[in-house]
Structures are given as C-alpha cells and as structure tokens.
Design a protein around this ligand. Structure first.
Ligand SMILES: Nc1ncnc2c1ncn2[C@@H]1O[C@H](COP(=O)(O)OP(=O)(O)OP(=O)(O)O)[C@@H](O)[C@H]1O
Ligand SMILES: [Mg+2]
Length: 324
C-alpha cells in the first residue's frame, strides 16, 4: 500500500500542513478520524475545506466504508482466542483474548497488569488446542518492567498435559523493545510491523503484541490541561496503528493502562483509565483489575459490546496466574 502524506489531501498546502502537524495531525489516518471542528481550529481553515479534507483522508485510509454482514462474518471467522488458562477469567471473556482487536487491562499499581502481560507472552506460544496461538510475542516495554526471570517462573509453572519446550525457546520468541518516550513508543510500531511481516510465514508468526504501559509516557509528557487534546490525538493515532496491526496479522493486541490518580489534573474519577474514550472505544475488551487479599486479584469486564459485564477472581503466584 502506498504511503500518503497529508499534503496529498485537497486544500493542504505547505502552510496548512505545518499547522496540522504542529497540532498533532501528522498522518492521513489522524485526519480521517479527526472531527471537523478540531481541524478548523488546528489549521485555521473553513468548515467546508475541513469536510473535504476528512472525506478524502477517509477514502485514502480506507476508513468508514460499508461492508456486508457476510464479509464481516467471514472476517470474524478468522478470530482466534488466547487463553489466560484461568478458567473463570477465560469464561469472563467468552473464551479468551481475541485476535484482530485490542484488549485493555487497567488498574492501579501492583494490580497485576504486567503479570498478565508476562503470562500471555508465555501462553501465546502454546499450541492452539491447549489455549495458545502457536505464535511469537512482541513486547513494547515502556516502564522497564519486563523480566525474563518471571517468564522462566511462569513456564515452569505451566500445568498442562503436553511436553513443554525449554524456557530458552520461550524467551527466544518474545521480542522486547523498550519505549523511551511517547514518540519513540509510537515509532516502535513501524519496527513491530517489520518484524511481524518478517515472521509472517515462519513457524511462530506474531500473534500477540503487548504495550506495557500504553499510557505512562503520554501521561508524564502531556500533563497540563492545555496539552490534553494533543495527547488524545496522539493516543488516537497510536491505537489506530495498533488496531491495524492486530487486524493485519490476526494478532491479539494487549495494552495496559493506569487509572487517573490525580483528579485535579485529569478532572475525572480516580478509578477511570487514562486516555478515556479514545482508548476505550478502540478496545474490544476492557478489563478493570483490582487488588484483593494477598495474591488475589479481581478482573471486571467493562462495557463489552457482546458479553455481559462480570467479574473473575484469580491468583498471581510465583508460578503465574492461577485459579482460586
Ligand atoms: N514472582 C512473583 N511471585 C508471586 N507474585 C508476584 C511475583 N512477581 C509479582 N508478583 C505479584 O504481582 C504484583 C505486581 O503486579 P504487576 O507488576 O503486574 O503490577 P502492575 O499492575 O503492572 O503495576 P504498575 O502499574 O506499577 O505497573 C506484586 O505486587 C505481587 O503481588
Ligand atoms: Mg506494570
């Protein structure tokens, strides 16, 4: 697919392009998913120019067209499920995390977001008949919390009636990249796409892409009220890129998110995730994690389009995620 620049859109000359980029609209997709009033304000253009721009961007990015129900059904048939291997947790999600979409896990520090990430990096490599996807994992680590030792404990803690490959093999199929800033994190999507394409026909194609944490850098870098809209635009673009990867490679995208701890800055509920609707609307499953007694954690499914809201409790043990 040819890459377009925003200058390819009608009404976007060099000056307008500069203004758009400055406001965070750097790509066709960003403009395709923007609102008319945002563009009017960002680029100081008229309503009708903004309308034409969005329309052209949607066509170029192939967004917003209609498909028949049959085509949608065909696409859904390719969807696979990745299990946590904790029955109650998998049941809550109707069988597991789904490929071709983004799942978001959010909760306060220590609630188990990174533990779930590590466990899924292990499970994705297992054969499909025991709940895995026989694939590799790409792990974008923005908080420097990926630990190979933890993978080792979890591999050794697997309780399955199959021969488990050695730990070294599991580690070999987890590709970790550190994201140093929000911009760097966003750029890593390009490397992720390259690696996914490289491994596409290999024995272990990429079936899981983890971003832990999705929002930490964004939260730190865009903390004032005035920067909120730029942050949301960038997050929007990031989510869009991730959704495309999930779709293209039939992979699970798993992102972690923290809750807003300072309502004065984020003017919201302290149990609400960062990034709010932008992250929420792009996610298929939103799981809210909370700590319970000791190693017990409770996951709550929030606003799922086709599953009842509910909760599942599990344990985080040295052997990994386990049923109670
Ligand atoms: N080796 C282990 N054995 C048993 N429990 C562990 C082990 N490692 C971590 N845990 C449990 O997981 C918790 C940490 O969870 P995790 O790192 O997933 O939190 P998080 O939600 O990612 O938090 P943050 O927002 O700080 O990133 C620890 O408090 C502990 O209860
Ligand atoms: Mg963590």
């Amino acid at each position: 697919m040819a890459e377009h620049e925003i200058e390819d859109l009608p009404g976007v000359g060099p000056t307008t392009a500069d203004k758009l980029r400055e406001a965070g609209y750097c790509t066709i997709e960003g403009i395709a998913t923007a609102s008319r009033s945002d563009l009017v304000e960002a680029a100081e253009i008229g309503e009708s120019t903004a309308k034409k721009m969005i329309k052209a961007a949607r066509e170029m990015a192939d967004i917003g067209g209609f498909k028949t129900g049959t085509a949608v059904l065909e696409e859904r048939k390719e969807v696979r499920k990745l299990k946590t291997l904790v029955d109650e947790f998998d049941d809550l999600m109707g069988g597991g995390l789904e490929t071709k979409s983004i799942s978001e896990v959010y909760g306060e520090f220590g609630s188990g977001k990174s533990q779930i990430s590590h466990q899924m990096a292990v499970n994705v490599q297992l054969p499909e008949d025991v709940g895995g996807l026989g694939g590799s994992c790409l792990y974008i680590d923005t908080e420097n919390t990926f630990r190979p030792e933890r993978i080792e404990q979890m591999v050794n803690g697997l309780e399955l009636d199959i021969e488990i490959p050695p730990v070294s093999e599991f580690l070999e199929h987890i590709h970790v990249a550190k994201g140093y800033t929000s911009d760097h994190q966003m750029l890593l999507i390009d490397s992720a796409r390259e690696l996914a394409s490289e491994l596409k026909d290999s024995e272990k194609p990429v079936r899981l892409i983890i971003v832990d944490s999705l929002t930490a850098h964004f939260r730190a870098e865009y903390s004032g009220r005035g920067t909120l809209s730029l942050r949301q635009q960038k997050l929007n673009k990031h989510m869009y890129d991730l959704a495309k990867l999930a779709e293209e490679y039939n992979a699970v995208v798993l992102v972690t998110n923290q809750v807003m701890s300072n309502p004065a800055v984020f003017f919201g509920d302290p149990t609400k995730p960062i990034g709010g609707n932008i992250v929420g609307h792009a996610s298929k499953f939103r799981l809210y994690l909370r700590k319970s007694k000791g190693s017990k954690r409770v996951a709550k499914l929030v606003d799922s389009p086709n599953l009842p809201d509910g909760e599942a409790a599990f344990l985080v043990e040295s052997a990994g995620l386990k049923s109670i």
